[in-house]
Write a protein that binds this ligand. Structure first.
Ligand SMILES: *Cc1c(COP(=O)(O)O)cnc(C)c1O
Length: 365
């Protein structure tokens, strides 16, 4: 069995083994030390050297997207959202749900985000930009330099859901002036699901300090920020995922650090794309994250190909929700997979496409 899904991903052997070892009770100095050490290393990987600026939750990424809306958007803020797929749309829904003032740039499928989309929003009093830097539904990776420059010009705070780009593409909070980053355990970090993180810039920390209490008590950022200075959380954390994180950070270091990890993901993505093109498969033209490759089909039902690949070969790839369900299939390059695994996947994918096509032809007759 192999997971080429975007998260949870195919786990590393050492991650699986973590759960067989003992772990300490969490309200202890020993656990606090593990937390402090892990969060400080994770902050480095995010390019954020602000002390005590990273907190984490026993929750999936969406909870932290929502908590960000509650804790960081005031009644006087005007938010602009890049809405290029289901995850961009989710930010809109959350802002709507919490009665925040926002507008969105809505991209059509296959439409690349460019400067011309931003122009109508220059000097219009917007205070924050919300973006899922890699829109996981389509695979589009937005231009961080363009967005960062736009925010600087307009004196806006830059809020990034980096859940599916972190540890797949280069990412640096300091370099791009990013004020808030959301990441999750089950994507680029290749851990079990259940833990999500928020990292803040200095000025975002100052803003939160002056915000009224959020709608949800459980997700009160100020409470987590206070507790994290001693390596603790207000409520029970996913202790085992923290141990997985400790192991993964060690593994990344052992492999040669951040750049070595990014290079390997890139190598897998480029190999997959080259071979897929040779096989006559269609990859969309917009800029892509190395985290995943979408394949576009108009002559065979993509959803049926995915089902066959799963049922016949136990290989899992992502379908695509919404309007593109029958046309798009997504293959991820994060996780514990190798070039050989990619060859195997492509061999079987071709067989499945052939089989589904033949079945469709027979049904027509
Ligand atoms: C996976 C993902 C999320 C989180 O989704 P959950 O189902 O809440 O884990 C959020 N944003 C992006 C861009 C994602 O890829």
């Amino acid at each position: 069995m192999k997971l080429f899904t975007i998260g949870p991903v195919e786990l590393y052997q050492s991650t699986k083994e973590v759960r067989m070892h003992d772990f300490v009770y969490f309200r202890t100095d020993e656990f606090s030390e593990i937390v402090k050490d892990c969060l400080s290393k994770l902050s480095n990987l995010l390019g954020n050297n602000e002390p005590n600026s990273l907190i984490y939750f026993a929750a999936s990424g969406t909870a932290v997207m929502e908590a960000t809306v509650e804790n960081c958007v005031s009644d006087s803020d005007k938010v602009l959202v890049i809405n290029g797929g289901t995850f961009g749309h989710r930010f809109c829904e959350l802002l709507e749900y919490h009665n925040k003032n926002y507008s969105s740039i809505d991209l059509k499928w296959n439409e690349t985000l460019t400067q011309k989309h931003l122009e109508p929003f220059e000097n219009k009093g917007y205070t924050m930009l919300f973006v899922n830097l890699h829109e996981t539904q389509t695979g589009q990776l937005y231009d961080i330099k363009m967005l960062s420059d736009f925010c600087k010009r307009n004196n806006m705070m830059l809020v990034v859901d980096a859940i599916s780009t972190f540890l797949a593409d280069e990412y640096d909070m300091k370099k791009w002036g990013i004020d808030l980053t959301i990441i999750s355990s089950q994507k680029g970090l290749c851990l079990s699901p259940g833990m999500s993180f928020v990292s803040f810039s200095k000025r975002m920390l100052e803003k939160i300090e002056n915000m009224p209490l959020p709608a949800s008590k459980y997700f009160d950022f100020k409470d987590y920020l206070k507790n994290i200075t001693r390596g603790q959380t207000p409520y029970t954390p996913p202790v085992l995922v923290m141990y997985e994180l400790k192991d993964m950070l060690k593994l990344i270091e052992k492999e040669g650090g951040l750049n070595a990890r990014l290079d390997f993901v890139k190598e897998k993505a480029e190999y997959f794309r080259k071979r897929a093109k040779e096989l006559g498969l269609t990859i969309p033209n917009y800029p892509l994250s190395y985290a995943l490759t979408p394949l576009y089909f108009d002559d065979v039902n993509a959803y049926e190909v995915i089902q066959l690949l799963k049922n016949k070969y136990r290989i899992f790839v992502n379908p695509c929700g919404g309007d593109l369900a029958n046309n798009l299939l997504r293959v991820t390059h994060i996780g514990n997979t190798t070039i050989d695994d990619i060859d195997d996947l492509l061999d079987k994918l071709v067989l499945c496409i052939y089989e589904v096509k033949n079945k469709e032809l027979t049904n027509v007759k």
